[in-house]
Design a protein around this ligand. Structure first.
Ligand code: F6R
Length: 638
């Protein structure tokens, strides 16, 4: 949610910052902006009226535009066509916004500037109203409706007349100490080219360490093309970067350490690689995502987690499991519930993270809370983790981002190794989460002895056999795309499933809603006749996820009956069924065949056509598949 970048070095900052914003745009695309600190170029006066033109404050030159990054790059091209040196300078910062306070207009776009300072921000400043009133009482005039602007006005006031007057870095600290809420903030100042001060509290920030140049980014994609050496900042840390290096302190200024790490994926992983959009590339990467997630987690006949600060005895003492997550990650948790209860005989509840802590769940030392998050930053999930830990519950994170806040605050971690997911809608991360959740279930079953080692090994082998089957399902792409084009003008699509097919139905509906802006709902097929069947009318497309006829036969026959019920009422049935499932085929107006797989693992296959379907409907309707409206990849506000 909001992408932030910063650069201090020897290259022209504008190019580095704009390229970094391209990679950060998936985090928010309501507006974008840049600021460059020039070393001694002539001041040309503020010019930020309604944000329509380049704004220059001394040698801090800023430009920002509502809408996607392309609006900014066009404006930059125009601004530099007549004055090529306008953005000269080797220190710069940039921002792509997902609006919280203030509409997504030019004037509310970041950077915000005042008296030679520029600031970009991700998060929410919770005490902004009180600070704004205080500053206004002091005669400060605000130029935007954002919470962020108080940060730039505060630092400007401190620098002009506070106890830290004239000291850029100290004034930034003084301003930071006044702020409450969740924030990543970057400060630069006209008289200090070559220095950026940045801070993080509950929202992400990483430092990239180059040769004679330093980078800041909301995530490593911001600087992956320049360096693979990065430093992760902890909660409530402030970093000051110059081209020679960085220093890290707490908010009081006491020296601290960051955590250096080497980025283990390369630029190619963050590029479209010849695909029209990232989502399609990421759908195709799913066999590898599942394979990589499994890799290294079964050694010497035992399931192993990545970071385990819990003993086997701790796991044996668990008497209840809660899974907390949001959106697609939540759906992956719903799938896991069936496996965890079946394998461990522990009760397992799956909760929307945003609801979890507000309903006072019963938690204690013997509760395991599994927090699932691709980004590891989602504010709702992070707060659920914090609440669980306050109540002394054990927390295990399933996360795709090394060292993100959620795994950092958890007792144990299992990383999904899906690689960077840039498309806003989750695809490969979802399949990797389902896979990792199964590993968590097996780890629990192994520690608690509810499965013999050979049974754990057998389940693991079945998981290991899934990537080639996922690959086979990708072979349905052409057929699914054709179907999607045919149905692109429908107003509603319903999804039905039972057992693990029910969360798959929910996930299919979510994908269609978020990408194609189409009314889509997922139902447990058995629930249909308790109300939703009233929605069925002539020609309504209903996508049905059939369980295997071989696994749980009762489930299968019940779902066949459900298909007949809706067909009798005129529904157009699109059935995703195992190959050679003749009973299902007989009732399908349109059949999508997937390979046979164990019942519990079928979601790894049945989800894939639904992802392709949603992406293709969105494309047919002319929407941006990778950047659906109103959304952002990483949701760092509650
Ligand atoms: C939907 C989607 C979202 C995320 C949700 C959680 O396609 O991507 O629903 O799954 O916002 O995000 P993470 O997993 O980063 O916590």
């Amino acid at each position: 949610m909001c992408g932030i970048v910063g650069y201090v070095g020897h290259r022209p900052a504008l190019g580095v910052v704009v390229e970094a914003l391209r990679r950060m745009e998936y985090r928010g695309y309501d507006s974008a902006g840049v600021a460059v600190v020039g070393a001694g170029s002539a001041a040309s006066g503020p010019d930020e009226s309604a944000g329509q033109r380049a704004a220059e404050s001394g040698t801090v030159t800023a430009l920002k535009r509502a809408g996607k990054l392309v609006n900014l790059t066009e404006a930059l091209a125009e601004a530099t066509a007549t004055a090529p040196d306008r953005f000269a300078g080797t220190t710069g910062m940039g921002h792509t916004r997902w609006a919280t306070h203030g509409r997504p207009t030019d004037r509310n776009a970041h950077p915000h500037t005042a008296a030679g300072f520029a600031v970009v921000h991700n998060g929410i400043l919770e005490n902004y109203a009180a600070l704004r009133a205080e500053l206004e009482a002091d005669g400060v005039e605000f130029a935007s409706d954002t919470d962020t602007e108080v940060a730039v006005q505060l630092v400007a006031r401190e620098y002009a007349a506070g106890p830290t007057a004239g000291d850029f870095v100290a004034s930034a600290y003084a301003a930071l100490r006044r702020l409450d809420g969740a924030f990543t903030l970057l400060f630069c100042h006209v008289d200090h080219p070559g220095t950026i001060v940045a801070a993080r509290r509950s929202t992400p920030l990483v430092v990239g360490v180059g040769d004679g140049e330093m980078f800041l980014g909301s995530d490593v994609a911001a600087f992956i093309e320049h360096t693979r050496d990065a430093v992760e900042l902890g909660q409530d840390q402030v970093v000051t970067i110059t081209c020679d290096g960085y220093t890290i302190t707490d908010f009081a200024g006491t020296q601290q350490d960051g955590t250096p790490f080497r980025i283990d994926w390369d630029l190619e992983a963050a590029e479209k690689g010849g695909h029209d959009y990232f989502m399609l590339k990421e759908i195709e990467e799913q066999p590898t995502a599942v394979e990589n997630t499994l890799r290294g987690h079964f050694e010497k006949g035992r399931i192993v987690l990545d970071e385990q600060r819990l003993t086997d005895q701790d796991l044996r003492d668990i008497d209840k499991v809660f899974i907390v997550a949001c959106g697609s990650a939540y759906h992956s948790g719903l799938v896991a519930k069936y496996a965890i209860e079946h394998w461990t005989r522990l009760p397992c509840e799956v909760e929307l993270a945003s609801e979890f802590r507000y309903r006072d769940p019963v938690l204690d030392r013997s509760t395991l809370v599994v927090a699932i998050s691709q980004s590891g930053e989602t504010a709702d999930t992070l707060e659920a983790v914090r609440h669980a830990r306050e109540q002394k519950a054990r927390v295990l994170a399933v996360c795709n981002t090394n060292g993100a806040q959620i795994p950092r605050e958890s007792d144990a971690v299992l990383y999904t190794r899906a690689g960077p997911e840039i498309g806003v809608a989750s695809t490969k991360a979802f399949l990797a989460q389902v896979t990792a959740n199964y590993l968590v279930g097996l780890a629990l079953a192994q520690a608690r002895g509810t499965k013999y080692p050979d049974e754990v090994a057998r389940e693991y082998r079945e998981l290991e056999a899934m990537p080639p089957l996922v690959q086979q399902v990708l072979g349905t792409e052409k057929q699914v795309r054709e179907l999607a084009r045919e149905l692109a003008s429908e107003s509603t699509v319903l999804f039905l499933g039972r057992h693990v097919g029910y969360p798959v139905a929910l996930e299919g509906a979510l994908k269609l809603k978020e990408l194609a802006y189409m009314h889509a709902e997922g139902f447990a097929a058995g629930e249909l006749k308790h109300g939703p069947i009233a929605l069925i009318e002539d020609g309504l497309p209903v996508i049905v996820v059939m369980p295997s006829p071989r696994g749980r036969a009762v489930l299968h026959s019940k779902l066949v009956s459900n298909i007949r019920e809706i067909q009798a009422r005129g529904a157009r049935t699109i059935v995703i069924a195992e190959k050679d499932d003749d009973a299902a085929a007989a009732h399908a107006d349109h059949l999508i065949e997937i390979p046979a797989a164990p019942t519990l693992l079928q979601p790894l296959l049945a989800t894939v056509p639904l992802q392709i379907f949603a992406a293709e409907v969105a494309q047919a309707r002319g929407y941006d598949v990778d950047k659906p409206r109103n959304l952002a990849k990483s949701v760092t506000v509650e």
